[in-house]
Write a protein that binds this ligand. Structure first.
Ligand SMILES: Cc1cc2nc3c(=O)[nH]c(=O)nc-3n(C[C@H](O)[C@H](O)[C@H](O)COP(=O)(O)O)c2cc1C
Length: 366
């Protein structure tokens, strides 16, 4: 993923032809923080944050990556999803660009990137180090951040071969407790993971009873520490409403939405990814924007109507400063980016610069 920066410099955030393990061990050499990044403070969970733009689960697999992004103006940084046991990543390629206007066909890295249109496909298999390793690493990640930044740690339950909902909920709860003990400021419960025990293919968040059971167990495991649930695109406004209503009582907030699940093909029409469990990949970036925007607006409208008072983190297709601003204006408490963290790491700094410029322009002239 080669990006041309101002001044002719080239930034490679993620090497598409290398394994996940290689990329995890080699965080990018990011451009220096622009000289002046004005604060755009926001209050969240009794803390003052340096800015409302953050990084969603995915781009930051460990403390080295978190440290690399820590100085670029992001107020929230998410430590990518961890499990109760070691889990290998799917074989490379794990990440690819999608064809403009056709998010199901992958293609080589485009020569010029249009941030408003960039769409990626990802398929990692939610890899995780062993709990001993990631718990020590979460501590390092927290130490790499400042007092005005939140460390969110994303956790997912791992179903046992004959496990039921109870086993899955207990597994989510164990990971959540370890994440909280290791120093997470916020625990994110990743409910947009496959529900392998279900009779038909579905994601955990599509089963309201199971999701409620999981967040209830997680709440008991972590006590008062903020807990948010990450969900994917809902089948209908009703489905999202029912899920939010049932789970809100155990949660401090919602993160939405996850990438869209799509079958990917190469330009010649052949399946792009092979191997068990890789029939569908996540599609992220511009192709997700409309889906995410609508769901965030729906959730914020119900909150305004008094359904429940919880934090909303917008994610999905926020690849420009304008979209980050639109998400916040629609009521989201923070705007998180995954694709943009890889293709435009300076987005948060530009957002903060633009916000201050707009405030200055609005000031009355004497
Ligand atoms: C490279 C990459 C890896 C991702 N890995 C995870 C993950 O481990 N856990 C998770 O909850 N979401 C993961 N996601 C999904 C993102 O958190 C986000 O919901 C989705 O990409 C939409 O946001 P975007 O359009 O800003 O990329 C990943 C996304 C990308 C691009």
């Amino acid at each position: 993923m080669e990006l041309r920066l101002a001044g002719g410099r080239v930034l490679i955030a993620y090497r598409l032809n290398r394994s996940f393990a290689w990329n995890a061990a080699h965080p990018p050499r990011l451009p220096p923080r622009p000289r002046q990044v004005p604060p755009a403070t926001v209050n969240l969970f009794d803390r003052t944050l340096e800015g409302p733009v953050g990084i969603a689960a995915g781009p930051l697999p460990n403390a080295k990556w978190i440290a690399a992004y820590a100085r670029l103006g992001y107020g929230l940084l998410t430590y990518s999803t961890v499990r109760s046991r070691e889990h290998p990543a799917s074989r490379a390629p794990n990440l690819a660009f999608c064809r403009l206007g056709d998010p199901t066909t992958i293609e080589p890295t485009p020569r010029r990137l249009d941030p408003a249109a960039v769409t990626l496909a990802y398929s990692f298999g939610l890899p995780s180090a062993t709990p001993d390793v990631w718990r020590a690493d979460v501590k390092r990640a927290r130490a790499a951040l400042g007092p005005k930044q939140l460390l969110v740690v994303s956790v997912v339950g791992t179903p046992a071969p004959d496990g039921d909902g109870e086993q899955l909920a207990a597994d989510y709860a164990a990971c959540a407790r370890w994440a909280a003990e290791a120093g997470a400021d916020v625990v994110e419960v990743h409910l947009s993971a496959p529900d392998t025990a279900a009779e038909r293919a579905q994601m955990v968040y599509e089963d309201v009873a199971l999701s409620t059971h999981i967040v209830q167990r997680v709440r008991r495991a972590v006590g008062l520490k903020p807990v948010v649930a990450k969900v994917g695109a809902a089948r209908s406004p009703r489905a999202l409403h029912d899920l939010a209503t049932a789970t809100a009582r155990w949660l401090d907030g919602f993160t939405l939405i996850n990438g869209l699940q799509r079958r990917l093909v190469n330009p010649d029409g052949a399946p792009a990814l092979t191997g068990p469990g890789r029939e569908l990949a996540g599609v992220s970036g511009a192709a997700v924007w409309e889906h995410g925007r609508v769901q965030v607006a729906e959730l914020c409208a119900w909150r305004k109507a008094g359904a429940w008072d919880r934090v909303v983190f917008a994610v999905g297709g926020i690849t420009t400063v304008e979209r980050a601003r639109a998400s916040l204006e629609s009521g989201a408490n923070a705007a998180l980016v995954a694709t943009a963290a890889l293709v435009d790491p300076l987005l948060a700094a530009r957002f903060r610069g633009a916000r201050v410029a707009a405030e200055v322009a609005r000031r009355p002239r004497r």
